[in-house]
Design a protein. Structure first.
Length: 270
């Protein structure tokens, strides 16, 4: 079983049940301040989600958020942190939809949403790698074929546990155009990385003890040796610094990383 090393991907609040609606996002790309404000959830009343829950062809559940207007839209599969498909990830889906992407957050935990480390660790260890990749593949197929999306361009993004899976998806899916890795477990063998056809964007924190700078150095060198088109960005920040629900959230660096993500996604569409 492939285990993904996770450090400090903590969320300060449990998941709230989203309002199920098919209304697409109607704003431009959310700024870091707007995104942070989404995490200040009300204690009562409806949750602030814009997407809806759907079922994929393999029977797994996912959260879909659509841009304003009519498709085709570029599509992006999102892979959650080790906490599971929680409010933070749903907010990320809405944020990516605000930037013009049909965002589909898949669930590799079969409905489990952890609010403590023991539950998160158990859920992560229970992941069947073959089934997980089948779920991600089902998500990519959905984005390509759903009449609301019909994605001409497909990408994947993930954070910590999901960041590792984002890289694994790029290794396994040659029809992918882009992969974004937020501080996820890395592969440093150039022979294996040579299978990647997608463009890569990596976001890492230099204070991350689980994925230290030396490991990112090896990854970057291996990508170059393998001839993979990649941009690696490093910040003076901790693991999970881009999650406003995390005590180690770093708004300034998260904002800069979001700018890099937007530029990367815009490049995929050209």
């Amino acid at each position: 079983m492939l285990l993904f090393l996770i450090v400090a991907c903590s969320s300060s609040s449990p998941r709230q049940t989203p309002t199920v609606t098919s209304s697409p996002s109607s704003t431009g790309p959310l700024t870091e301040a707007q995104f942070k404000a989404l995490h200040e959830l009300p204690t009562a009343g409806p949750a602030t989600r814009k997407g809806q829950q759907i079922e994929l062809a393999n029977g797994s559940k996912a959260y879909l958020s659509l841009p304003a207007g009519t498709g085709p839209f570029p599509g992006i599969v999102m892979i959650h942190e080790w906490w599971g498909l929680n409010a933070n990830i749903e907010h990320w889906a809405d944020r990516l939809a605000s930037a013009g992407w049909a965002a589909l957050a898949v669930d590799l935990y079969s409905g489990t949403v952890a609010t403590d480390r023991d539950t998160a660790m158990a859920a992560m260890k229970a992941v069947d790698n073959t089934k997980a990749m089948a779920t991600i593949r089902a998500g990519l197929d959905f984005l390509a074929t759903d009449p609301r999306v019909k994605a001409p361009v497909k990408a994947v993004i993930g954070w910590c546990f999901g960041g590792g899976w984002s890289l694994q998806t790029a290794l396994a899916q040659p029809d992918l155009q882009g992969a974004i890795i937020y501080y996820g477990r890395l592969e440093t063998d150039p022979a294996k990385l040579g299978a990647i056809k997608a463009k890569l964007l990596g976001v890492f924190g230099n204070k991350d003890e689980g994925i230290p700078p030396a490991e990112v150095d090896k990854f970057e060198a291996a990508l170059k040796q393998a001839g993979v088109t990649a941009a690696i960005h490093r910040y003076d920040a901790d693991h999970a610094f881009a999650n406003p629900s995390n005590p180690k959230y770093d708004e300034k660096n998260a904002s800069d990383a979001w700018t890099k993500v937007l530029a990367f996604l815009d490049g995929l569409r050209r």
